[in-house]
Ligand binder design. Structure first.
Ligand SMILES: Nc1ncnc2c1ncn2[C@@H]1O[C@H](COP(=O)(O)OP(=O)(O)OP(=O)(O)O)[C@@H](O)[C@H]1O
Ligand SMILES: [Mg+2]
Length: 295
């Protein structure tokens, strides 16, 4: 048995023992990747603010910061984490010791540079991570994965491992082209079919719909097995920038702002619609896919 097969078997055995323990798969968290082709389009702010909106709706939310670049979800939550995923991989800390909890009760797993090394992990390290990730299943309804930008293999395999994939774009042509490139590689190389589009930093819904129309047209022409669902837009709002300046979230600092209201609507919608899933919705499946992609 090679390493990948061994790990696969370990994952299956664990899934079986969970079944025996009578854990319904209906209770498993939704794992949602938030991604973009181009950087700086608002992923981290969207994840943070959606997490707040959903936790106000009573959902238990966990955020995995898988951005290996300038990981900054902790900044807008004004948290200063001591540890990161590397400490779990090395079995120095448990997941619950590494995660930090915001004042809203949202749990955040800081990535640090740990995620960049996933491709290099040995089997023991992978199993450490896997068994710790399993403990998340009972603690979350929704898990957001804030991926980095661009189509590096790290970003790609986090996206491909999630149940759902939200793509953020702005009206800038580079952002639209890069979003297309991201969808293209995820669909052709990883078999991801369903995507949700959120358009950020626009002045009107008409502008957002234009972005959706141009992306859809390109997808229809060249990638006809992909489904892109328009999921809403967030207006350009200086209040959001003012909140970031204060290491905060627009949802907290300016709850009546247009950006906060828009994110609230999107979150409400997301929370109330069943997942149109790319995967079988389990966390072990998520980690297993991450590791398979890394093999
Ligand atoms: N709706 C908005 N209105 C105005 N400014 C915005 C909006 N959304 C994001 N921004 C601005 O864009 C900046 C970048 O946002 P954010 O860090 O969330 O993007 P990102 O996609 O996570 O970036 P990276 O690719 O670097 O991780 C924010 O600090 C904020 O100044
Ligand atoms: Mg970010």
């Amino acid at each position: 048995m090679n390493q990948a097969q061994g790990l696969h078997k370990a994952v299956k055995d664990r899934a079986l023992s969970r079944k025996k323990a009578n854990m319904s798969s209906n209770n498993l968290p939704r794992v949602i990747a938030v991604t973009s082709g181009k950087g700086g389009v608002g992923k981290t702010n969207l994840v943070g603010n959606m997490a707040v909106a959903l936790s106000r709706m009573g959902k238990r939310v966990v955020i995995i910061d898988a951005d290996v670049g300038l990981a900054n979800i902790d900044i807008i939550f004004n948290l200063r984490p001591e540890y990161n995923i590397r400490h779990i991989i090395n079995a120095q800390k448990t997941l619950n010791q590494v995660m930090v909890t915001s004042e809203h009760g949202i749990k955040i797993l800081p990535g640090g540079s740990g995620f960049a090394d996933l491709t290099q992990l040995g089997e023991g390290e992978k199993l450490n991570l896997l068994s710790e990730f399993e403990t998340l299943s009972d603690q979350a309804d929704i898990i957001f994965v804030d991926t980095g930008a661009g189509i590096s293999s790290n970003v790609l395999y986090f996206n491909s491992a999630c149940d759902e994939c939200i793509v953020i774009a702005t009206r800038e042509p580079t952002s639209i082209t890069d979003a297309y490139a991201m969808i293209k590689v995820l669909s052709s190389d990883y078999g991801t079919r369903y995507f949700k589009l959120i358009v950020n930093m626009v002045d009107s819904e008409a502008q957002a719909k234009n972005v959706y129309a141009s992306l859809s047209a390109a997808l229809d022409k060249y990638l006809n097995n992909v489904v892109l669902e328009y999921t809403g837009y967030i207006p350009f709002d200086r209040k959001l920038q003012a909140a970031v300046q204060k290491r905060g979230l627009v949802m907290d600092s300016f709850p009546d702002s247009v950006a906060a209201k828009a994110i609230e609507d999107i979150s409400l919608n997301l929370g109330n619609t069943p997942a149109r899933s790319n995967a079988d919705g389990s966390l072990t499946f998520f980690m297993n896919k991450v590791f398979q992609a890394a093999d």
